[in-house]
Design a protein around this ligand. Sequence first.
Ligand code: PMP
Length: 309
Amino acid sequence: MNHEHPEFLWYNGKIVPWDNVTIHATVIPSLTSSVFEGIRAYWNPDEGRLYGFRFREHYERFADSIKLMRMNVPYSVDEFVDGSVETLRRNGHDSDAYLRPAAYSGHPHQGGQWMPDPDQVQDVFIHTKSWPSILTREDGIHCGFSSWTRIPDHILPPRIKCHANYANSRLASIETTINGYEGALILNMQGKVAEGPGACVMMVRRGKVITPPVTAGILESITRDTLIEISRDVLGLEVEERDIDRTELYVADEAFFCGTGMEVIPIASIDRYPLGDGQIGTLTLKIRSLYHDLVRGIDKRYAHWRIAI
Ligand code: PMP
């Protein structure tokens, strides 16, 4: 396979060569209303095969984002799932991979007043690339709360995975990086913990796994959903979806970020308050290693979450 870029993309229903998918530069200002997804596929070395993880749920969320933005995209979830499998196969991925689907207005901007047209058919591509998992990283990250507030549902809904929302994420992320942290946490308009710029957050207190509800100004994360289910049903843990105060996180025994790209990343400290003994927590490790085995198809349970490529 080509390691600079994949040979093919899925573009408007067809597999096409990389060089054929272009836009005119004048399209760029309207790209803030574009929606996208981030999906992973994991290589199982023993079987010599790739497993896509929860493709259907990602494309259902993609369809929700498209609907909420009132975009006209004439493809079904099935077509996206099949297109993803075919693109990964055609590109010959033989290691962990990441898929980036996007729906956007690819029409050149003609000047004058910009008014979105709900009937305009949007373009869609699915881009695949190699991206190794970091699920075995040995240390936790040091995080800080950003001074920026998470955008609320009644202004710019975090439930929609649209590029505009990531301006809020960028401000939070860059601020905390400049302040010497490796990760950001963001409070919502109610002053409760929302999420990170690109991942949800979970904490462990007194043996319970606790995470903010889907109404806290978060993306409805598929990893969050996966971890809630496996923590309850496989590990037998109590899981609570409820508001979390900032200070509760400071005194949590363990905490971690979760998301498709970030996977499960342990948090070592928040605003320089060390969590637990500063090492990766016992339950975090258990949850992470179960997640690792499930996504890679080493653990054969939850077969309906994986699609063999
Ligand atoms: N919140 C935000 C803001 C994100 O960008 C992501 C990554 N998609 C997540 C949460 C985690 O979502 P998922 O588990 O579906 O990747």
